[in-house]
Structure formats: structure tokens, C-alpha cells
Design a protein. Sequence first.
Length: 427
Amino acid sequence: LSLSLSLSLSLSLSLSLPLSLFRYNGSLPNGDRGRRKSRFSLSRRPKANGVRPSTVHAACTAQAAKAISNKDQHSISYTLSRGQTVVVEYTHDNNTDMFQIGRSTESPIDFVVTDTVAGSQSNSDTQSVQSTISRFACRVMCQRTPPYTARIYAAGFDSSKNIFLGEKAAKWKTCDGQMDGLTTNGVLVMHPRHGFTEDSKPGVWREISVCGNVFTLRETRSAQQRGKMVEAESQELVDGSLIDLCGATLLWRTAEGLSRTPTVKHLEALRQEINAARPQCPVGFNTLAFPSMRRKQGVSKQPWVYLQCGHVHGYHNWGSHRDRDRLDRDQEEREPGRSRECPMCRASGPYVPLWLGCEASFYLDTAPPTHAFSPCGHVCSEKTAVFWSQIPLPHGTHTFHAACPFCAQQLSGEQGYVRLIFQGPLD
């Protein structure tokens, strides 16, 4: 799952944090419902529900057993061996709100996420995939007063208000006598350098512990040996922070940051502006038009692009190098990547339909959509394309690659994107 969760933090009296999930170009395939959405806003709760660590029980005492069994008491259990468990009680914190993210649909989870299969078109495409996202993946603690600092922690409390780290989980005692640990597949965070702006550059991926400490990455996601602690870095989320849950990647946005990015209304205006210029197919001379942002299926006037050179055409079913077969549009969309020869410059490469990127929170600026990701054909501004083409997103348990934020497909080609060349006044 390539998860794009866009979280926006509002620095007003009413805290509002929007989260966006990668791949879901504006909404889930079957629509956004309840706690299962492609975008989620966190708002200050009517009553604080945050917690903070208090008493530590270093043995299997009656008090430890009581803390675990008490459904009104939050606790974290660290199993060191079959006969030894350390239990840390958590007490109520009036100054923070807690929000939990995970695969579980149980009530403690505020934002339900599922694995994303790159390029899949519906939820049914992911049903056969064995999830690597934890049922209770992580929790975010937000200050209820300015500056509304948000901090992320690995693992979330279950319906019994407990977190259990078993024998095989990486765990340790800190120098001040407290306990800490890592979840099975880990929670990774990357803060972009220079914020989420036109000047943004990729940061470094780090792992966040159960207590919110920052570490270098393990050799693999589930390795027993933890990385080195990075004391100079924080688990505080900033505009553009990426959160990876091993199967889903979330984008955290702040209200201030979102004020610099386009709205859906602005993107629609850009679409209409492009269409009003009446771009033409340079061969068929038919007028091209980007389909409505809500439309998921192609239309007869939809622009197609040769990804090797960037020349934009209307759809045609000739020029394939694979057995010189003549394909219909539906078959071509189902089998992307067939090599085609551009009639304008004779460059050979994939020939794909163009789709506007609809999730506004992924944009770095409000510039016109002039570039397309390769090989998927999602269109956005130049600086947005350049930024995401440089971001190594976690894939599986130990690899990273750049991917389109709108569909999670791994980028290909020399740059991962191409500048679009339109016939007519647009170019």
C-alpha cells in the first residue's frame, strides 16, 4: 500500500490536522466513508484524551496485572522473557489529544488504513494482499494549545487500552530506567528539508520508537537489532512529513502549508484553462480535453502522451512495436508500457493516457500542470513532479524507490517524469 495521508495542522484556536493517503488521487475507489478515507482532518476534541507515562512496574506484580486488566487504564507491556514483563502505566494528560492510525476497524482507531497496491483501481484489487500494516500502527499526540505541536509514536492502544510488545519485538531499557521498543515492521518518518515548499529537498528516513525516540533504520523492517539513536532529531511532525506504516505512506500537512498549495477548485480552473486553449492532436488534428477530475474512465478527447519525448496526441491504435498489432483503447489501458513510435520525432517508448493529479495536498505550488509522471501519466506542476521523483519511498521490507503520489506506481525513465509538449497555443 502506498499510503498518502495528508495531515494539515491549523494554527488557530480550533486545531485542525489534515492527513492524506498516497495512491488515492482525491478519494478511495469506493468513496470516502466514516473512518476509512483518503484524507482525514484531526480537530481538537471536546475533551482531552491524551496520555503520558507514569508508574513503571518492573516485575509481574499484582499492580502490573491490575494495570493490564483495568480497561480504564492505559498501559504498555514489554515482555522480556517468559517469566518477566515490565508494565508502564499511562495517566491522563489534559494538555493533549491522541489520534490513532491503523488497519483495525475497532473504535480506538481514528483513521483506518489498508494496504495500497500500486496502480490498482479498486479496493477489490487489494483483498488478496496479506497486510503488513499493524492493526494498531501508530498514535499522534497533539497539543491542545498553540503552537499545537504534534508528535508521533509507534504503536497504538487497543480496545483494552493496552499495547503489548512480545518477546520477539525489539525492546530495551533506557539510561534513565524507562522502557522503549520498536514495532514489528516499524513506523518510519521523513521530514523534508526546507519544508514542503518549492525549495523542498528529500530528508532522511528515520524510525520512531514506541516512546517517540528517533533512530536510524534497521537493516530490514523487522530486524531485531535497533538502529542508532539520533538525539538531535525529533518526532515532531512538520509540514510535509512523510509517515510510512509498511504498506501505507501518509503525508502530514499544516494549515499554513496548505495555504500555499492549490485548492481542488484551483486545479479544476487549471483544467478548464487548458481545455479552453483547445490543444490539438498533431496528427489527427482533433481537439483534446482533459476529462473531469471526478471521472475515472477515459473519454474520446482524452490526451495521450509518448513518455519518451513528451509529445501529446489523441488516442490512435497504430504504431505498436509488439507484433504491429492494432489494439483498442481498453486493451491498451489494461496493458500499459507497450512500445510506440512517436510520429512527430520517431522516439520509441510507452504511450499512455494523461490524468490530472487531483489530490491538492501533494502539490508544492500553484503552477499549471505541465509535467507527467512516467509510466502512469498523472499530470502536475513541474516542481511537484521534480520533488516526488526525488523522494525514495519505502517499498517492502528493505527497499526504496520513487513513486507517483497519485497512484503509487514506481517511477521509470531517466527522470521519472516528462515535460508535456502540446500542439498549439499551450506550448
